[in-house]
Design a protein around this ligand. Structure first.
Ligand code: SAH
Length: 244
């Protein structure tokens, strides 16, 4: 797994977060993919408060306990909500611009760290991966490395709360609901993305959307157990992963 940190000139999302925080306004955070049409992430949404979060995120925050790790914490929206609940959270991100914003917003323990950097040796009772948190795994072939890393980082009795989506609905035929998936190709949830904010262009990266059944199969192969905690409104769900 890659263990790099994002330089500011290659960090469109961090730039958008930084600008929105400092100027209360931001331009368009554009998303490109070879598999989809151009899209946009509303920057304001990255600053959502507890009450405007999707139910699966609120549930994850309510269930989180003990020493908590917020992975890929972005603007710190989840970390701040956890702090308000009196919980103990460490927020990590590979974006220095985002970490700077988290510190300014009052996240007590925000650090510039890549989840897969082995020199980060702390352990946690709850590991949170939210806003299609499975994305950070990148590809199904990275699942064993991901679960191995989680084994190092979880305290006894600890768990991971991760949200993801089953993208198979994107391949459904209109008329009969049958699904067109190229079985010889890559898994349909392996998406490549590239982001752009103003003149800042990021490199292309892999982002994994995984259906619950597939997640469960990989989990059990890697010595974990996956439970479905809650389904969202749009093919999304929250899973709890524990060492089996
Ligand atoms: N959790 C936030 C942000 C989601 S966007 C929210 O829900 O609003 C995903 C974030 O993960 C980005 O800020 C990105 O910089 C960070 N990220 C991506 N790969 C990472 C890694 N390997 N380790 C830590 N953070 C990572």
């Amino acid at each position: 797994m890659e263990t790099t940190i994002l330089p500011a000139e290659k960090d469109p999302m961090g730039a958008a977060i930084h600008e929105f925080f400092n100027r209360r306004n931001a331009g368009r955070l554009r998303v490109f993919s070879s598999q989809f049409d151009e899209d946009e992430i509303p920057v304001r949404q990255l600053f959502r408060s507890f009450s405007s979060m999707p139910a699966i995120e609120r549930t994850a925050l309510q269930l989180a306990q003990g020493r908590i790790l917020d992975v890929g914490a972005g603007s710190g929206c989840h970390a701040l909500a956890l702090q308000e609940m009196g919980k103990d959270v460490c927020a990590i991100d590979v974006s220095s611009l985002s970490v700077e914003v988290m510190i300014q917003r009052g996240v007590n323990d925000a650090r510039l760290i890549n989840l897969f950097d082995q020199s980060f040796r702390e352990s946690f009772d709850t590991i949170l991966m939210l806003m299609n948190g499975s994305g950070i795994i990148g590809k199904l072939s990275n699942m064993p490395a991901f679960f191995q890393r989680m084994k190092q980082m979880l305290r006894p009795g600890g768990c991971i709360y991760m949200d993801s989506s089953d993208l198979s609905y994107l391949f459904e035929e209109e008329e009969d609901g049958s699904i067109l998936i190229d079985l010889a190709g890559n898994y349909y949830g392996e998406i490549d993305f590239r982001m752009k904010y103003k003149d800042i262009e990021g490199d292309s990266f892999h982002w994994l959307y995984v259906d619950f059944e597939t997640l469960g199969l990989y989990a059990s192969e890697c010595g974990f157990k996956a439970e479905l905690v809650k389904r969202g409104k749009h093919y999304d769900y929250l899973a709890k992963l524990t060492v089996a």
